[in-house]
Ligand binder design. Structure first.
Ligand code: COA
Length: 477
């Protein structure tokens, strides 16, 4: 004991002799400094990449979406880690559960591929008890997403004012067909938006009718825009502490994706659009951006060309771009080396009036090879080409499976199915792609765990009919 206290004393003596500056320096290095925020951002995590949770962990979404545009948005947020609670009408659910059904009695692929990684609760939003549950959900969630017809949310009593009073932090995000204006009250589906957003009038061939595209730019495109609006509003909320309304009109979303056509509309005032094959064919332009067939929308002319097997395979085609820097390589490849020095072909402006003939000549070469051979050969010379891949080929493509862009998930009533995983890859936020929920699969879990209702209260709610009213009505019908 004695020798111990001697050592203690010696140590404190030595400490007392230390210069004051050193003591100050030691004090200035408290452990808390390591975790202190830097400009409001925590210091970099030392956890291994991909082990620091997911980007939207802790964000809870009240998902009032249906059909495609809204569900696309909330599915992306779920892939990013948000807890997405999909509220569905009892007994019926999202209408797409039953649309285009391929397996009897099982939710359709239409539904399952747009509602992965979400939880489902059934609530009759027009039942007084249902309204009470919804109010409670509003208080527990960060974002409400909806794509009802104009006015439907208000008719449920969920006006922005009501929501904001219950939860000032709530972000209320909506997809509508049109923004404020003459068409704001209209119901809108995908192709209505493609037409009203300027896509259809500029798609197709000049001598044919307007065309809609297979890519769902009105629905999924707008859902994607909405997701960006939501994460931006979440980020702003970090500073302001309050939520806001986020609105994406499908017409606006389509126009945003078709903006190069509005570019061309303005260029028309200054002369013909020389990169359109119509120019080379000597056909005058009208007053509006015309349909451009398969012309490239940029400054590098391109067209879809036949490949070996085109007679029997509808997808034996390739998109070929005559990019200026590799023009010499193209001439060599197709057996026309003399074009490199010919003033009619050597420079891009000289080629514009001859595009049809140039592509016909290149096609003579592509028709001797499969689209994959053309792809391989051209890429050796840095020539940009795109094989026309069928959905069958995409479904079977190993690299898309490897990156998680195409994912197979198992489903209790339909068995395994393919879905599109997260097309946005974050290096520190692995995507969580799970099967879609069955109708009301998580009702009890959400009432218990999220809303903290007691067993007795849950029994009372069930007896009230708020979770099953529509079901009863349907049975009665
Ligand atoms: N409990 C009780 N009622 C519910 C409910 C629930 N859980 N969920 C929805 N409803 C009711 C709504 O209150 C509404 O009733 P109301 O019209 O009496 O107020 C009704 O169901 C559905 O509304 P609505 O959105 O009009 O559905 P719809 O099938 O008639 O129209 C669209 C579908 C897509 C045309 C329309 O919703 C729309 O234009 N949405 C905006 C644009 C959009 O997203 N379009 C793309 C879809 S991919």
């Amino acid at each position: 004991m004695a020798s111990k206290s001697k050592t203690k004393r010696a140590k404190s003596k030595a400490a007392a002799k230390k210069p004051a500056r050193e003591v100050v320096r030691l004090k200035a290095k408290p452990r808390a400094a390591k975790t202190a925020p830097h400009n409001g951002v925590p210091r970099p995590s030392s956890k291994p990449w991909g082990r620091a949770g997911r980007a939207l962990d802790g964000v809870r979404i009240l998902d009032f979406t249906h059909v495609q545009s809204g569900p696309t948005c909330t599915q992306l947020l779920a892939y990013m880690g948000a807890d997405v609670i999909k509220v569905e009408r009892p007994g019926v659910g999202d209408i797409t559960r039953m649309q285009l059904r391929d397996v009897k009695g099982a939710d359709s692929l239409y539904f399952t591929m747009l509602n992965g990684s979400k939880r489902s609760i059934t609530i009759d939003s027009k039942h007084p008890k249902g309204r009470e549950i919804l109010d409670r959900l509003v208080k527990e969630c960060d974002v409400l997403v909806e794509n009802f017809a104009p006015g439907a949310l208000d008719r449920m009593g969920l006006t922005f004012e009501h929501i904001h009073k219950l939860n000032p932090r709530m972000i209320v995000a909506s997809v509508k067909g049109f923004g404020p204006g003459p068409y704001e009250d209209c119901k809108v589906y995908e192709n209505v938006a493609q037409c009203a957003g300027g896509s259809a009038s500029t798609t197709g061939f000049r001598d044919g009718p307007p065309l809609v595209t297979g890519a769902q730019i009105g629905d999924s495109g707008t859902g994607l825009h909405l997701a960006l609006g939501i994460v931006s509003a979440l980020y702003q909320r970090v500073r302001t502490g309050r939520g806001q309304k986020v609105l994406c009109a499908m017409q606006d979303g389509v126009l945003n994706l078709a903006r190069v056509k509005l570019r061309d509309q303005q260029r028309l005032k200054h002369g013909p659009l020389t990169e359109y094959s119509q120019y080379g064919e000597g056909i005058p332009f009208g007053s509006a951006t015309p349909r451009a067939g398969n012309d490239s929308g940029g400054g590098q002319p391109g067209w879809i060309l036949k490949c070996k097997g085109w007679e029997s395979d509808p997808d034996a085609y390739i998109y070929f771009i005559t990019q200026a820097p590799v023009w010499g390589a193209i001439c060599d490849l197709i057996g026309r080396p003399e074009w490199k020095a010919d003033p009619d072909y050597a420079a891009p402006p000289a080629r514009l009036p001859r595009l049809r003939q140039i592509f016909d000549t290149i096609e003579q070469w592509t028709m001797t090879k499969s689209k994959f051979e053309v792809m391989e050969i051209c890429n050796q010379h840095d020539i940009p080409v795109g094989p026309i891949l069928s959905m069958k080929e995409i479904a079977e493509e190993g690299s898309l499976r490897a990156t998680g862009t195409v994912v197979e998930v198992d489903h209790p009533t339909r068995g395994p199915y393919l879905t599109v995983g997260n097309p946005i890859k974050l290096s520190d936020s692995p995507s969580d792609v799970r099967r879609s929920p069955l109708l009301g699969e998580h009702t009890d879990e959400i009432l218990r765990e999220v809303l903290r209702y007691s067993a007795k209260e849950i029994a009372d709610i069930k007896a009230s009919g708020a979770l099953s009213a529509a079901e009863k009505k349907q049975e009665a019908a």
